[in-house]
Design a protein around this ligand. Sequence first.
Ligand SMILES: C[S@@+](CC[C@H](N)C(=O)[O-])C[C@H]1O[C@@H](n2cnc3c(N)ncnc32)[C@H](O)[C@@H]1O
Length: 178
Amino acid sequence: MSISVWNWREWLVGEITGVVLEIGAGSGANLSRYRRAAQVFAIEPDASSAQQAQVAAARCVLPVSVKIAVAEHLPIASASIDHVVSSLVFCSVRDQRQALREIRRVLKPNGVLAMVEHVRPQTPFLAGAADAATPYWRGIAHNCHLNRPTVEVLRAEKWDVHILQRRGVFVHLEARAF
Ligand SMILES: C[S@@+](CC[C@H](N)C(=O)[O-])C[C@H]1O[C@@H](n2cnc3c(N)ncnc32)[C@H](O)[C@@H]1O
């Protein structure tokens, strides 16, 4: 099944509870899908996308606010967030490890990082193709890498990763810092 017909945004955020931080919210495609959260903070570095996300946030029933910021430097108090959400962002962040350190800092003890991301393909042929295409692709696609080993980086940074679904190169996971 392709990602376009997989209702992944609902799966990712529909049942998430508590105080939520969404990183790299883009134009705010997930924001109206939070049904059970108490409050949603969203950050997005691109000013034009952040403006669109603010429009989407204003239409939400739940309290949602949007700030311009990067995942590597979160304008959020330590240990204040129940769930951090990331969808299709870790392919593009400048520094995955620094972003994970910041996410660890803002999460409460037992807080959860929920992600849908595309990652380096598992088959050697496709992984090689992703490696070859990435230098060109990231130049035209806002630093999007086709070959980021995001699950392995999470584990190396001492996150306990629970993979909920894999669809091709797309992974839906939950991770807890330990
Ligand atoms: C493919 S878009 C996904 C947008 C949105 N999360 C969604 O699912 O529709 C990637 C987003 O990551 C954002 N981004 C890139 N680098 C980032 C960083 N260092 N910190 C936070 N967001 C970043 C981009 O500005 C862009 O909005």
